[in-house]
Design a binder for this molecule. Sequence first.
Ligand code: NAP
Length: 314
Amino acid sequence: MRVFVTGGTGHSGSYIIPELVTAGHEVTGLARSDTAAAALSALGAKVRRGDLQDLDGLKEAAADADGVIHVAHRQDLLPSGGIDAVAAAELPVMLAYGEALAGTGKPLVAAGSIGSPGNGGSLGRPATEEDPALPVGDEHRGTLRARNVVESAVIGLAERGVRSSVVRIANIAHSTTDRAGFLPTLIALAKEKGFAGYPGDGANLWNAAHARDVASLFRLALEKGPAGKYWHAVGDGGIPVREIAEAIGSRLGLPAASVPLDELMLPGHFGFLANVVTRSYPASNLITRRTLGWEPAQPSLLADLDNGHYFPAG
Ligand SMILES: NC(=O)c1ccc[n+]([C@@H]2O[C@H](COP(=O)([O-])OP(=O)(O)OC[C@H]3O[C@@H](n4cnc5c(N)ncnc54)[C@H](OP(=O)(O)O)[C@@H]3O)[C@@H](O)[C@H]2O)c1
C-alpha cells in the first residue's frame, strides 16, 4: 500500500514508518524542515515537504495515497492556546482528509487518547473499544476532553465512505527513544523534588504501551481495520501510579512518597500533570486483540523502566 504518514519524526511516528516499510508498504512522510526530511529518509520513507497548516497539500497527499496515518499534532500551540487550540487546529485537518477520501473506502488511521471514553475513571470499569469518545461542551474547554471532537470527527468519516479509525494511545508510550512523554517528565520531577511522588495512596491506575507495539497496531488498523472503530493501544491495562513512582524512585536511589490529595500541594508537586496523575484510566484491549490479531510483544512498562535506558549514567 502507498501510505501517507504525518508525524513520522515524532515518538510514535518514528516506529510506525519502519513498521510499515518492513511490512512492504511504500511510505511518504510529511516533513516541514530539512531536519525532518533527513530523518524520514533515514527511516526509509519518501518525503513530501509541507505543513499541517496547508490543508490543500494534505488533501492532495491523501488523495495520492492508498491510505493515511495521522500522528502529527500542533504541540506548539499548547503554551498559548492550550488543548483547545491543538484540537481546533486538528479538526480541519481531519475534515480535509475526509474531503479527499470520501467514498473511496481508503483507510485513515488517526491518534487518539485512552482517556477519551472515560475521562479518568468516570465509567467505573475498564474502558473498551466500544465506548465512544465522551461528548464535548463549553464546560470542557481547557481540559483533555476538548480533543474528543477530533476523535468523533474521524469516526464520523466512516459514514462518508472512509475506512476511518482511531488508535487510542495509552497514557504512557514508552521506548528507548522516549524523550518528552509523561515518563521522562515524571523522572525529571522526581530528580528535582528529591523523591518520586504519587497522589494520595497511589492506587489509581494508569496504562502503558511500548511505542513499537503502538506502531504495529497502527499498521494492522491500516491494513484490515473495519471503518468507524476505536482501537486500544494498551499493553499494561492498569498499573497503580504508586508502582510507577516506586520503580522510578528505586532506579534513581530516591524514596517514593505520597503527595497529599490537596488542591494546592498536588499542583505544587506535579504542575500541569496534576489533573491527569490523580485520575484512573483502566482500559481493556480485548476487542483490539481479537479483531486485529494484535499482540503486544515488547517489554512492559515496569520491565522497560528496569532496562535502565530511562536513567543514563551521570
Ligand atoms: N502517551 C502518548 O504518547 C500519547 C497518548 C495519547 C495520545 N497521543 C497522541 O499521539 C500522537 C503522536 O504523539 P507523539 O508523542 O508521537 O508526537 P511527538 O513525538 O510530539 O511528535 C509530533 C510530530 O508532529 C509533527 N508536527 C508538529 N507540528 C507540525 C506541523 N505544523 N506540520 C507538520 N508536522 C508537525 C512533528 O514534526 P517535527 O519533527 O517537524 O517537529 C512530529 O513529527 C499525538 O497526536 C499525541 O497527542 C500520544
